[in-house]
Write a protein of this length. Structure first.
Length: 95
């Protein structure tokens, strides 16, 4: 199932000492896909099972993701992997 949402302004991935921040251009499209259930209610896009998020030069993968279109924050859970340029971050959770 495929869902599109707009603008992710900051991303924080934490795995012990790993911390990253991502700022995106105004109105940059965000693509969220998953093999499980994807819903969009009250400004929250929720995706489960093999979640992939693509924005600009950044690819994010997790078991679960919830994107808040009001605050432009994403919560990630389970096998979080973030790829940006040549950098790779892994964590159990991220915000």
């Amino acid at each position: 199932m495929r869902s599109l949402v707009l603008l992710l302004s900051a991303l924080l991935a934490s795995a012990g000492l790993v911390r990253g921040e991502l700022k995106t251009p105004e109105n940059a499209p965000i693509e969220i896909t998953s093999t499980g259930q994807t819903t969009y209610e009250n400004g929250l896009a929720t995706a489960r099972d093999n979640v992939a998020i693509h924005i600009g030069d950044t690819d994010i993968y997790a078991d679960y993701a919830q994107y808040n279109s009001t605050t432009h924050e994403v919560e990630l859970r389970g096998h979080v992997r973030i790829y940006r340029d040549v950098n790779h971050y892994t964590a159990d959770t991220g915000h």
